[in-house]
Write a protein of this length. Structure first.
Length: 299
């Protein structure tokens, strides 16, 4: 009845069906493992976010132990005295918030431990800016339009979320390894440290409090009179427009803790495997009955 299944053409069909079935099952189990990883990750993030903020001393002590740095990600930290360095600011491009295009403002900052006079460098992501605030930055050539002028409140208390430095994956844009860059594709602490005067700790801090640590206004270059060396004040020219709109970086929201689409993809791939098994079985039965009917007709 099933003698046809041993012919070369059908043997090739068996092999193809088997390969597809294996692919469907591997994809299904891989998506299931990704679902479990996301659940475990979300559980860790929720647990760490619920912990009390680290103070400066515990935070900087932990930076000396490379084995514990990854365990600090998503924990909060309170830095009492932070002095931003606008001249070394970096925009992290192509960052959206609520479906709106924009960028992240990253500022190297100097802070100190309360128990010592030693100072430390920390990269602080002050928040998200809409696309109009991601244009030409201070330091552009005279005559440029749409220069972004910054007023920094220093020293500034910061409460932030600890994040590990971002690295390029298998795909994605690359940044030049050398030179002074005003924008980067990702928050690469090591790359930013190469162009700063500070010795940065290997993590960065996302600002999560809503105090206006940084105010930003788009102005014309010729309207800027002077900025103090510490960045505390910005003196405006006499022709400065009185109706300039001040922009404040929006603190970054916490990571979403949804399970994502992996469970749905798992069911989808396993459904493909089931359809392949049932469908191919029906094809074999249909071919067997067809051959049996033809044999009866010949008799």
């Amino acid at each position: 009845m099933y003698h046809f299944a041993r012919t070369p053409r059908w043997l090739a069909g068996h092999a193809l069906a088997g390969v597809l079935l294996v692919i469907f099952l591997i994809a299904g189990f891989w998506q299931l493992s990704r679902h479990n990883e996301v659940r475990e990750r979300n559980s860790v993030i929720a647990e760490r976010q619920a912990m009390p903020p680290l103070d400066e001393d515990r935070f900087f002590d932990a930076m000396s132990d490379t084995e514990t740095i990854d365990q600090l990600e998503y924990r909060s930290v309170s830095l009492a005295m932070v002095d931003f360095d606008w001249d070394e600011s970096v925009l992290i491009r192509n960052r959206s918030l609520g479906g709106v295009a924009g960028c992240h403002l990253a500022l190297p900052a100097e802070t100190a431990s309360t128990n010592s006079d030693e100072s430390y460098g920390v990269l602080v992501v002050a928040g998200w800016l809409p696309e109009p605030g991601c244009g030409t930055t201070r330091g552009s050539e005279a005559g440029s339009t749409d220069v972004i002028a910054i007023r920094l409140a220093t020293p500034t208390p910061i409460t932030g979320r600890i994040r590990t430095s971002q690295e390029r994956g298998l795909l994605g844009p690359t940044d030049p390894a050398e030179g002074q860059l005003s924008s980067l594709a990702r928050v690469d602490v090591e790359r930013i440290e190469r162009q700063t005067t500070l010795d940065l700790v290997p993590v960065y801090v996302e600002r999560i409090d809503h105090r206006d640590a940084v105010d930003i206004a788009p102005v014309r270059f010729e309207d800027v009179n002077a900025m103090t060396p510490t960045g505390e004040t910005l003196a405006w020219g006499e022709d400065t427009a009185p109706d300039l709109i001040m922009l404040t970086p929006v603190p970054l929201p916490p990571p979403e803790l949804d399970a994502g689409p992996h469970l749905g993809y798992t069911l989808q791939w396993f459904s493909f495997a089931l359809v392949a098994i049932v469908g191919y079985t029906l094809v074999l039965r249909h071919q067997a009955r067809r051959g049996e009917s033809e044999q009866i007709a010949d008799d």
